[in-house]
Design a binder for this molecule. Structure first.
Ligand SMILES: O=C(O)CCC(=O)C(=O)O
Ligand SMILES: [Fe+2]
Length: 270
C-alpha cells in the first residue's frame, strides 16, 4: 500500500513560490521513498517494452532519449503520482485552485545520450513572445533515479524565464546553469518558461524521470488528458484527479446554453 505524506507546510510553500518566481526552479528532496521510486521506474520500463512491442519508437537525441506518452491511464502508480499532495499544493498555489494537468510522461535519458537541447515548455513554445509575466504552466520533474551531473540531470538557466521569450539558437550555451542533482524520489519544480534541457548522459546507465506539467485551467492541455481514463475507470477516483484530467471544466452547449463536461469520448450534461 502506498503511503501519502502530507503536503508542504505554508512556510515551505512560500519559499517554493518565491523560487519559482525569482530563480525559476525549486527542488524538494525525497518526496517519495526509494521503494516507491523503484516501483514507478519498473512501471516505466514495462511501458517501454509495450511501446516497442507495439511498434512505437518515441525517441530523440540520436535515439538515446526515450519518451513514454500518456502514462496516467496505463499503471495505477502514475494515477497516484499525478495527484501527489505535494505537487498539487505547489501548482494550486502557482496556477490557481482549478489547476489542470497538461501532460504526464516518462523521459529516459540513456547511456551516451547527448544534451536534450535548450528549450521552454508548452504552452510557451507554442506562443509568440513576449510571453505574459506570471505563471501559465509549471513542470514537475520526478527523479526515479539519482540525478547527477554526469547522468543527464535536468539543467536550468536561473532567471531566464524573466526574459519572457525563447532562447535564440546558441544563446544559452555558456550562460551559467544550475544542474538538478538530487536523490531518487525528489522533485524539481520549474517555471514553464525557464530555459532548460536534459544534460548529456556520460554514464553507462539510464536516468529515468517523469515529467508532469500543470496549466492554468483556461489553457488547453498539451496531451488529451480527459481521454486518458475512461468514465468507468475514473468513477471511483478522487475529485482532484477528475479536476486534473479536465473533466470538471464547463463548456457551453451550442444549442441550449447549458454547461457540459468532457467525458472519455465526448461531452455530457452536468
Ligand atoms: O527529462 C528532462 O530532464 C527534461 C526534459 C524536458 O525538458 C522536456 O521534455 O520538456
Ligand atoms: Fe522541457
Amino acid at each position: 500500500m502506498l503511503k501519502i505524506k502530507s503536503a508542504l507546510d505554508s512556510e515551505r510553500l512560500d519559499l517554493v513560490e518565491q523560487d519559482l518566481r525569482e530563480t525559476g526552479f525549486h527542488i524538494v528532496e525525497n518526496v517519495i521513498t526509494d521503494e516507491e521510486a523503484d516501483e514507478a521506474r519498473e512501471a516505466v520500463w514495462k511501458l517501454v517494452d509495450e511501446d516497442i512491442a507495439n511498434g512505437y519508437d518515441h525517441s530523440y537525441g540520436d535515439g538515446k532519449i526515450r519518451r513514454v506518452w500518456a502514462i496516467v491511464g496505463k499503471t495505477p502508480i502514475f494515477r497516484w503520482l499525478i495527484q501527489h499532495p505535494t505537487v498539487v499544493a505547489v501548482w494550486k498555489r502557482m496556477l490557481g485552485e482549478d489547476v489542470i494537468a497538461s501532460t504526464f510522461t516518462a523521459n529516459i535519458v540513456g547511456p551516451g545520450a547527448p544534451a536534450g537541447g535548450w528549450h521552454i515548455d508548452y504552452p510557451y513554445w507554442a506562443m509568440q513572445s513576449p510571453f505574459p509575466s506570471g505563471s501559465l504552466t509549471g513542470q514537475t520533474v520526478w527523479m526515479l533515479d539519482d540525478f547527477t551531473v554526469e547522468n543527464g540531470a535536468t539543467a536550468c538557466i536561473p532567471g531566464s524565464h524573466k526574459t519572457l521569450r525563447r532562447p535564440e539558437l546558441g544563446e544559452a550555451e555558456g550562460l551559467e546553469m544550475a544542474v538538478a542533482a538530487a536523490p531518487k524520489g525528489s522533485i524539481m519544480f520549474t517555471n514553464g518558461a525557464i530555459w532548460h534541457q536534459s544534460r548529456p548522459n556520460l554514464t553507462d546507465t539510464s536516468r529515468v524521470g517523469l515529467l508532469g506539467m500543470y496549466n492554468r485551467s483556461v489553457i488547453y492541455p498539451q496531451e488529451d488528458m480527459p481521454r486518458q481514463l475512461t468514465d468507468v475507470e475514473l468513477a471511483g477516483e478522487s475529485d482532484i484527479l477528475k479536476q486534473l484530467l479536465g473533466r470538471n471544466i464547463p463548456f457551453r452547449h451550442p444549442n441550449h446554453g447549458q454547461n457540459w463536461h468532457r467525458t472519455d469520448t465526448g461531452f455530457r450534461q452536468v
